[in-house]
Write a protein that binds this ligand. Structure first.
Ligand code: TYD
Length: 208
């Protein structure tokens, strides 16, 4: 088989940080630049993702270690059924959430960092992983405005710990931080600039 390399981008952040909006805007722009784009997210709608969604709704309780393996197994499903096939076709894959979410959330929820890292060793590394950094109070007010918060979203202390977990990954060079406070255009421009660098798009083509 001929390996046509696509590009793999992950957008990360606490609940209510604006990932979905920025994924859509980034995808629109990349399409206008001639790329074929697939937008996807975790937890998935696959068989394990559906179990995870029961946990998020508070309908199923499991120890945090089980949570770690469920998210990792859902990721394996995601890679096999969505991400790798698209990359093999040379597409740009943008996922809302990936390994950095497990490192930030499950460690914040009490999991042993070594277990989280070991469970995710199999996962293909993204070409670019961006953390949209928004203060937990602001993000929580957006979540309350848009929907009924789930188990994780209701817990502001958890969101604060998750943010710290993301910032630690920025320090480790795993994530690139974008300041998520300010206009949507400004934030999107920063995301496009980072993406342009990785995909080899001229800076002159960045419009918002
Ligand atoms: P979210 O992006 O909020 O999905 P939706 O927009 O469909 O509500 O993700 C749901 C929750 O799952 C979010 O609170 C973060 C959590 N999560 C983890 O705890 N670990 C993980 O590895 C992933 C991918 C998500």
């Amino acid at each position: 088989m001929i390996w046509m390399k696509g590009y793999f981008i992950a957008l990360e952040g606490i609940d209510g940080c604006g990932k979905t909006t920025h994924t859509k805007l980034l995808a629109q722009w990349l399409s206008s630049q001639g790329f074929s784009v697939v937008c996807t997210d975790e937890p998935t709608n696959g068989p394990i993702g559906m179990v995870i969604k029961q946990i998020l709704k508070g309908r199923l309780r499991v120890p945090v270690e089980v949570e770690v393996y469920l998210f990792a197994a859902d990721r394996a499903w995601h890679l096999a059924h969505v991400i790798l096939p698209a990359l093999e076709q040379g597409k740009v894959v943008i996922t809302e959430r990936y390994v950095a979410s497990s490192i930030a959330y499950q460690i914040a929820r009490g999991a042993d960092p070594r277990i989280v890292k070991r469970a995710n060793r199999f996962a293909l590394k993204p070409d670019l992983a961006i953390f949209i950094d928004v203060p937990p109070e602001l993000a929580a007010s957006r979540v309350r405005r848009d929907r009924t918060p789930d188990e994780f979203e209701r817990n502001i202390e958890l969101q604060r710990r998750v943010r710290r977990g993301y910032l630690a990954q920025v320090r480790d060079g795993i994530l690139l931080r974008v300041d998520g406070v300010g206009s949507r255009e400004k934030i999107q421009r920063e995301i496009r600039t980072l993406t342009a660098g990785v995909l080899g798009i001229s800076e002159r083509r960045i419009t918002c």
